[in-house]
Write a protein that binds this ligand. Structure first.
Ligand code: UT7
Length: 350
């Protein structure tokens, strides 16, 4: 039995904020931002909600495959910036997309939200026999930015990404087939797809999730509902501490996933990490002995989009790189952030 990503999508608005423009808003400059973070631009969604960004990303993923939306049994929505509380962003997005039969809920694990959600989806698809699941990461972080704080406003951006998962066991049931024409029709479609489908699939092989309570408040966004007067509606971060946490935990996650699955460094074709800071990625590449050329990086364009960062990167990696030559090898994804949460996921490239 396997759970596979069969399609991905991503979306960010056309409103782009570059380092030059930021340096007119706060005391910063392009050189500092590039050297310390690697970020050049970020997308800001002034006129779209978090759910609208997500819907557009999902439409892109669904356009590439010929599936019946009624067979999507699960829609998981990773976010810290939903625009509604009830219904959850997952239901609002299902409504936008015309998905009517799905179990929907939101997951808040900050920047690790997409990795957490993929892991939950894998288990639920197996246990509940869902044929398809949509896993979304979408953020409009710009609403939490203090545009007078140069230490944080340069880092974050808005956007959405998603993955469509398919449960192969469900298909196998179809292939065993009962003797009626409807089933045969589907078998033919399935076989045709399998033969002609040149698209890359990513099979979820394993995942590691974890967390450490952030008692020193290294990374927080308060809610207006807090039962206290000391409320900061903005992202507050101790950058240095988060940097240390990320580089320490990231290398442990990689090491554990590889050892647990008896995989050597040379079997890893690509790493798609959370896109927080280029220096964090460079440190992880050095410490894990996985060459920097294997790490997919697009944070120069998007900045840190929290839950959306991994699925946007995954979508661009699958569409813009030549993973077809790496079939049989592995792709590893990892994330870390508020909570403090962390996670890693190992895919086989098919
Ligand atoms: O997704 C959640 C995960 N989050 C992260 O992964 C973020 C992890 N942390 C980081 O990426 C880095 O810590 C930052 C990029 C946030 C900051 O880089 P840093 O090398 O740790 O800089 P710093 O905070 O130690 O600041 C160094 C100097 C300070 O000046 P002094 O005290 O040395 O005179 C800051 O005031 O740089 C100054 N500075 C700036 N200068 C120009 C801080 N922000 C800026 C700025 N432009 N935007």
């Amino acid at each position: 039995m396997s759970i596979n990503i069969i399609s991905t999508g991503s979306y960010a608005t056309d409103e782009i904020l570059d380092n030059e423009s930021l340096s007119k808003m706060v005391d910063t400059n392009d050189k500092w931002i590039l050297e310390r973070t690697g970020i050049k631009t970020r997308h800001i969604a002034k006129y779209n909600t978090t759910e609208e960004l997500a819907s557009k990303a999902c439409e892109r993923a669904l356009k590439d495959v010929n599936i019946d939306k009624d067979e999507i049994g699960l829609l998981l929505f990773a976010t810290i910036s939903s625009d509604t509380k009830v219904p959850s962003s997952s239901y609002t997005t299902a409504g936008h997309l015309g998905i009517e039969n799905a179990v929907c809920f939101d997951v808040n694990a900050a920047c690790s939200g997409f990795i957490y959600s993929m892991t939950i989806a894998k288990s639920m698809m197996k246990d509940m026999n869902y044929k398809y699941a949509l896993v979304v990461g979408s953020e409009r972080l710009s609403k939490f930015i203090d545009w007078t704080d140069r230490s944080s406003c340069i880092l974050f951006g808005d956007g959405a990404g998603c993955a469509l998962l398919e449960n192969s066991e469900y298909k196998n049931e179809l292939l065993k087939g009962k003797n009626n024409s409807k089933v045969y029709e589907k078998q033919d479609e399935y076989l045709e797809n399998e033969v002609s489908n040149n698209l890359i699939k990513l099979e979820i092989k394993d995942a590691i999730l974890g967390g450490i309570y952030d008692k020193k408040k290294y990374l927080t966004v308060d809610s207006k509902d807090k039962v206290s007067d000391e409320v900061s509606p903005f992202i507050e971060m101790n950058g240095r501490q988060i940097y240390k946490f990320a580089t320490d935990i990231g290398v442990k996650v990689i090491d554990k996933l590889l050892k647990k699955n008896n995989i050597k460094n040379e079997d890893i074709a690509m790493i798609v990490p959370h896109q927080a800071n280029k220096r964090i990625i460079q440190t992880l590449a050095e410490k894990s002995n996985l060459g920097i050329e294997k790490w997919f990086i697009n944070l120069d364009k998007y900045g840190n989009t929290s839950s959306a960062s991994v699925p946007i990167a995954l979508d661009e990696a699958l569409k813009n790189t030549y993973l077809k030559e790496s079939r049989g090898k592995y792709l590893l994804s990892l994330a870390f952030g508020g909570g403090l949460s962390y996670g890693g996921i190992l895919f086989k490239i098919k």
